[in-house]
Design a protein around this ligand. Sequence first.
Ligand code: SF4
Ligand code: SF4
Length: 188
Amino acid sequence: MNPVTLEIQEIGGSLACEIKTLSGASPMSCYQCTKCSSGCPVAGRGDLKPHELVRLVHMNQRHAVLTSRFIWECTSCHTCVTRCPQKVDIAAMNDTLRALSLSEGLAAADIAAPVFNEVFLRSVRKRGRVHELGLMAAFKLRTRRFLEDLDKAPMMLKKGKLPLRGARVGGRSEREKLFRRAAHGGEP
Ligand code: SF4
Ligand code: SF4
């Protein structure tokens, strides 16, 4: 009997192919042993566990994957990658899924990570370093988490971490070039 050759498009659909192209991770190598989920430090925090996310990719469930909260909970600790017998790079996969989720406007508005990333990078782009007070104000206004972490404020004030006027460093034009380059995938 002739061996049957299957292309990845036939097995996993377009999402698996896209992930493979953009991140190099191979979700279709996964055979659902669940070792990744057993070691993942945030498996209990999200709406999915790592092996369940990979399974949804197998099934080409694009909307469910890109709206998942789990992709934002992942800390890129690589525990899953080191435990996986098939070396499926879920951390790299999640990086790509977060970018796709943002570009398609599918990240839920109340997920803090993308908002934090945006205000953090805006501060770095403008000043060359983070202005903590401005960052906290922008983050809380956007997420409406006004009371969360308020207990940290006295300690931060005591350590001088909340100055009204943040520091600025030079090199604004170089930073602009770096940010523009990053926006174009590293191309100059
Ligand atoms: S450890 Fe690897 S093979 Fe096992 S379920 Fe996770 S991704 Fe799949
Ligand atoms: S890299 Fe992400 S998915 Fe993998 S174990 Fe760490 S937190 Fe979990």
